[in-house]
Ligand binder design. Structure first.
Ligand SMILES: Nc1ncnc2c1ncn2[C@@H]1O[C@H](COP(=O)(O)OP(=O)(O)OP(=O)(O)O)[C@@H](O)[C@H]1O
Length: 181
């Protein structure tokens, strides 16, 4: 329900912006800001990496809810293998951006240990990453794992990425071939 309202208001804002200019542009900007409740006002703020359509370099700070914060801790502090999912609009993308920001901060001296990928180009561009296939020289449809590994070894940049990476993020992982992962 909340998600439906969010997309409805942003669609309306876009239409209005075309016809009436500055005032509605301001409203559209306001609508994009997350709402702050009393609880979130006192909660710990964490940085999130900027969404690709936002100004570059801008670091936004948000208050994660308890569940989001727990997942962030499991990934960043406890270094666990985590699969998180949820219904539309439950805050997965925002959490992922917070995780990426926290990992980049933690591994600031060795940025190559973090790889940000997704199963599709669209999902990858939303988090400032690349497709898992181009990142890892993974040939779609190649089901023979031994062959695939031999192929990856011939592709030096991809092979290096596989070896250097300590944290591999895959957004929309459910769309990745189940034989591979
Ligand atoms: N902790 C939070 N504080 C404030 N706003 C939040 C928080 N978590 C999520 N939101 C807001 O809720 C909206 C939906 O979040 P988000 O896009 O991350 O959900 P999602 O689960 O990725 O949705 P979808 O599956 O549809 O892509 C966004 O506007 C986001 O800014």
């Amino acid at each position: 329900m909340a998600r439906a309202q969010t997309s409805l208001s942003s669609t309306t804002a876009t239409k209005k912006r075309k016809s009436t200019g500055d005032i509605d542009e301001g409203r559209a900007k306001q609508a994009k800001q997350p709402r702050r409740t009393l609880d979130t006002f006192f909660a710990r703020q964490v940085p999130v990496s900027a969404a690709p359509d936002e100004e570059t370099g801008k670091i936004e700070h948000v208050s994660l809810n308890d569940e989001q914060m727990r997942v962030l801790q499991m990934v960043v502090d406890e270094e666990k293998n985590v699969f998180f999912t949820g219904s539309a609009g439950t805050g997965k993308s925002l959490l992922l951006r917070a995780i990426i920001a926290a990992l980049r901060k933690k591994h600031a001296k060795k940025p190559e240990v973090i790889s940000v990928t997704a199963s599709t180009g669209m999902a990858a561009s939303n988090i400032g990453g690349v497709t898992i296939h181009s990142w890892g020289a993974v040939t779609p449809g190649m089901h023979d794992i031994e062959k695939l590994i031999s192929f990856i070894k011939t592709c030096r940049p991809a092979h290096k990425r596989w070896k250097d990476t300590k944290v591999l993020i895959i957004d929309e992982v459910s769309m990745v071939d189940g034989n591979l992962w």
